[in-house]
Design a protein around this ligand. Structure first.
Ligand code: BDR
Ligand code: CA
Length: 502
């Protein structure tokens, strides 16, 4: 199937549609469907008619905004069309038109009707529609089949002229509104890909922060991922250093942990979890002008629906935003973050990197009163990938999955060298597990609500997540902590999403 997209009716397509129409009339087949295109001599008159109808219907039934959308191939050929009319009640909408088959005979019976309805549903969802009514002629078996496959519920049958039209309702699954905040190295990159590829997520923007690498690298890497997936999600660069850790030069003592983390300008080690640049084409796009922290404050203050924060790096941006405007907490549904350790650590003997990199920020977030879910190393190390997984990815044969395979191979090499796992030749992709959980909660196991605080005293335990497991903790429990993961389910999810890349 060639790449196809939906476009609003535009003059440049008129001649083409007219040609199809003439072809159809000659072959005595019909353009049946709600648009009744075959009754009009030319496409502009048909569109005029739709607009006229729109104002009549508007008065009679509250239907407004008739959008005629076309299914267009990459060579600009129109192969299907659909009408979308919104009701004054913004949650309702009607979809009609040639949803059951393509208008161009050569494309019929090839699954384009199905694609057309699924794109139309995506479009409806993107303009905030929750429930749509779809109609088809009773004798149009193909359309009915597609409507039923999309969980259409039969409502009623009406007569139009001498034909029967069936009406169905399709309830839209609500997308989860998400903002990601990442220090994009290899595992963040895979997490971002999953979020972009999932139909369950509406990704509102990605903030970047210093962490795995300096901010210029994490931002460029984020843009590279977004561009490789042809996504138009906006990227906002945030904080280039932690809130306060660096104010005391002696605070980190002679830190020698977590081999592979480097500052801007350091020589890149040969074996590393995250190379400066991801193995993807250099992005052309730039980050937005606005700083991520300011954008977070604005976006969260104005949000009409609560937003889920997915944080896969140090929590500097989130903590800064909460300090600037604590009211934003009201519009955050939950914060799911990769970070911390219960019994497993990496940055130091008792801390995990993301939390260690900005302990004060993590403590501000954990004590903000917002629902928090922590995905610590204990969980991520239970969902490791191996070389066979990389081969499977390479077999998908495109630059994105090739890059994912290479990044996982590099991770395995680094893990074998610096943090050998129970099974050699395997490595966790920590951050991706967070998105996995968001999409399929069963991906995380052994979840319990605990009191979690972060040590930021500057001593040996700097950056430790202190989980109070006692029956009566000193302070209120504030964070769900996952200690296990369903490896098989996580693998299924990662592959099913990456298989969508073309
Ligand atoms: C975390 O630290 C970073 O290196 C990874 O991207 C992940 O978010 C693991 O400790
Ligand atoms: Ca990360």
């Amino acid at each position: 199937m060639p790449q196809i997209r939906l476009e609003k009716v535009d003059k440049r397509y008129f001649r083409q549609i007219k040609r199809y129409r003439d072809e159809m009339l000659k072959s005595e087949s019909s353009f049946d469907g709600c648009s009744n295109l075959d009754y009009y001599d030319n496409i502009s008159r048909w569109i005029d008619h739709c607009h006229k109808m729109e104002s009549i219907e508007n008065r009679q039934s509250g239907l407004v905004n008739s959008d005629q959308l076309l299914l267009v191939t990459e060579t600009e050929e129109v192969i299907g069309m659909v009408n979308i009319r919104r009701k004054l009640n913004p949650l309702l909408l009607m979809v009609g038109g040639h949803i059951g088959y393509s208008i161009l005979p050569t494309y019929r019976n090839q699954g384009y009707g199905k694609k057309l309805l699924s794109l139309a549903l995506d479009y409806c969802q993107s303009i905030g529609i929750r429930e749509i009514s779809v109609s088809c002629f009773s004798d149009n078996i193909a359309s009915r089949k597609i409507i039923l496959a999309n969980k259409g519920e039969y409502d009623s049958t009406m007569e139009i002229g001498n034909r029967k039209v069936e009406r169905y309702w399709i309830a839209m699954e609500e997308k989860i509104k998400v903002i990601m905040d990442c220090d994009t190295g290899s595992d963040d990159a895979i997490a971002i890909m999953m979020a972009i590829l999932s139909e369950k997520i509406e990704l509102l923007g990605i903030c970047t922060v210093a962490g795995n690498k300096a901010l210029n690298y994490t931002t460029e890497n984020t843009l590279a991922v977004v561009e490789a997936l042809k996504s138009d999600v906006k990227v906002f660069a945030g904080c280039g250093s932690s809130m306060v850790t660096r104010l005391l030069p002696t605070r980190r003592g002679s830190y020698g942990g977590f081999t592979g983390v480097k500052e801007d300008g350091d020589k890149e080690p040969e074996i590393t979890y995250h190379h400066d640049h991801l193995p993807l084409p250099t992005p052309v796009r730039k980050a937005e002008k606005k700083n991520a922290v300011l954008w977070l404050v604005e976006t969260l203050l104005e949000a009409k629906e609560k937003i889920t924060m997915v944080i896969t790096g140090p929590m500097t941006n989130m903590a800064m935003a909460l300090r600037i405007e604590p009211k934003i907490a009201e519009n955050i549904k939950e914060i799911i973050f990769m970070g911390g350790g219960f019994k497993v650590f990496n940055a130091t003997r008792c801390s995990e990197f993301n939390i260690w990199a900005d302990p004060e920020a993590a403590q501000i977030v954990l004590t903000s009163g917002i629902k928090c879910t922590m995905v610590p190393l204990d969980a991520t190390h239970k969902a490791n990938f191996d070389y066979a997984d990389c081969q499977r990815l390479r077999a998908m044969n495109n630059i994105v999955t090739d890059a994912v395979a290479l990044m996982i191979e590099q991770r395995i090499e680094a893990y074998d060298a610096y943090q050998p796992q129970e099974i050699l030749g395997t490595a966790p992709i920590h951050d991706a597990l967070v998105v996995g959980y968001l999409l399929e909660p069963k991906v995380l196991e052994e979840i319990s609500l605990m009191r979690v605080d972060v040590d930021f005293s500057g001593g040996m335990a700097d950056g430790q997540t202190i989980c109070d497991t006692r029956a009566y903790p000193d302070d209120e429990r504030n964070c769900y902590v996952a200690l296990g993961a369903n490896n098989e389910l996580f693998h299924q999810l990662v592959f099913s999403l990456l298989e969508k890349v073309n």
